[in-house]
Design a protein. Structure first.
Length: 415
């Protein structure tokens, strides 16, 4: 009889060793997300009267006109509309943008324009083309949040320039240029985000003179300038002789046509424009062709200026509704401004109020704002808030301010 020896069980295979993946880049670990986007996610419920977002009123979009423009280009030139395009942008759109810019006092050729995927992309391209890690950028105090993100992701050191009701203080600007040796100044001089203020012509001339005297790029962002309710148009900084060779002018269709098109542009001196085009090639090759051609067709077939006048008229009514209700909504001793256009109003509560700490309770009352603290590159002002007055009707604004007043009436300074 043969006895078979048992076969020993195989030893379990050792578990594979899994090494951790390399870390994320420092630039994304140190630059936070947008508080506005976070608030919009929290307040997406339809019952919320949301003064937080910078969203144009959707019921005022010329949806029929935009749809007709898309139908036309897809029917007439589908082989072009659905094809790759040049990085610089579709010639018909660049020519139309140059003509609109020239009609507003700044002589411009089509070759001066680079079409971007929203003017936000223009900021990223400029940061790539101009900034090395550690370079200094000067910004207004407070400043547009997404600009702070773009410059932060580029590794820039962002320094706030003191401001007043008229915007950047030219004397403070010059002192900072001397001491900090910055590459550029970023400004939204007309109906600024977040404050809604506008820099007067004399102040713009002084800023241009500082840039010329001290050697400084100016990035002049103008997404809101056409939304004027009252007063006369103020010339672009780019139109002053001192600034012509050192100012980049940014524009956008987001606030006057539709943000979903993601169409912006920059007008820049040739060498910088070429550098931005190279950066754009690496980013997205080009802005969507069909959107560009549809926008050009819209400009050819429709009266965009007339549409903007109608939109601005509706926005003025909404601004007035907000101004009429603020005294009852905000605590005694609060202050706020009266913007002559744009989308935003800036309010400051009395000392001791913290609008960031108050926001969760305010949202429970089905109303929202953006706390002012994140807009500051330097020391934040925790008592401030940004209120967008264009997304809701006057009746909805009145109700939203009633809710805000009820929420803030329960608050005490220091919360």
């Amino acid at each position: 009889m043969t006895v078979t020896e048992p076969v020993p069980a195989s030893a379990p295979a050792p578990a594979p060793v899994s090494a951790p993946v390399p870390p994320l880049a420092a630039r994304v670990r140190t630059v936070g997300g947008s508080p506005v986007r976070d608030i919009l996610a929290v307040t997406a419920r339809p019952e919320v009267v949301n003064f937080a977002g910078g969203l144009p009123a959707p019921e005022l979009f010329d949806a029929d006109g935009v749809a007709a423009a898309f139908r036309a280009v897809l029917a007439e030139v589908p082989e072009r509309a659905l094809q790759y395009s040049t990085t610089e942008g579709e010639p018909t759109l660049r020519a139309a943008l140059a003509a609109r810019t020239g009609a507003r006092g700044l002589a411009t050729d089509a070759d001066d324009i680079l079409v971007t995927t929203g003017s936000q992309q223009a900021l990223s391209l400029l940061a790539t083309a101009l900034l090395e890690p550690g370079d200094t950028v000067l910004v207004e105090d407070p400043c547009y949040l997404a600009a702070l993100q773009a410059f932060g992701l580029a590794g820039a050191r962002v320094v706030a320039v003191p401001t007043d009701a008229d915007g950047v203080d030219p004397e403070a600007l010059e002192a900072l240029v001397v001491s900090e040796r910055p590459k550029l100044l970023y400004t939204v001089p007309t109906f600024q985000n977040p404050t809604g203020r506008t820099m007067p012509a004399g102040r713009r001339a002084a800023v241009a003179a500082v840039a010329a005297r001290r050697g400084l790029w100016i990035v002049e962002d103008d997404p809101y300038g056409e939304l004027r309710f009252e007063g006369e148009r103020v010339p672009w900084i780019a139109s002053f002789d001192d600034a012509r060779d050192r100012t980049v002018l940014l524009g956008s269709f987001s606030k006057v046509m539709a943000p979903g098109l993601r169409l912006g542009w920059l007008r820049a001196p040739a060498a910088l424009r070429r550098a931005c085009a190279i950066a754009k090639q690496a980013a997205d090759l080009h802005t969507p062709t069909v959107n560009q051609l549809a926008a050009a067709r819209y400009l050819a077939d429709r009266d965009l200026d007339g549409h903007v006048v109608r939109v601005a008229g509706a926005y003025r009514e909404r601004r007035d509704a907000m101004l009429a209700g603020l005294a009852d909504a905000l605590p005694d001793g609060s202050t706020w401004n009266r913007p002559a256009g744009g989308m935003f109003l800036w309010a400051r509560l009395p000392e001791g109020y913290d609008t960031t700490a108050l926001l969760p309770d305010v949202v429970r009352h089905d109303v929202a704002y953006v706390p002012g603290a994140p807009f500051h590159a330097g020391t934040p002002d925790s008592s401030t808030m940004r209120l967008c007055f264009v997304t809701h009707t006057p009746e909805e604004i009145t109700e939203g301010l009633r809710r805000l007043g009820r929420a803030l009436g329960r608050a005490r300074p220091g919360r």
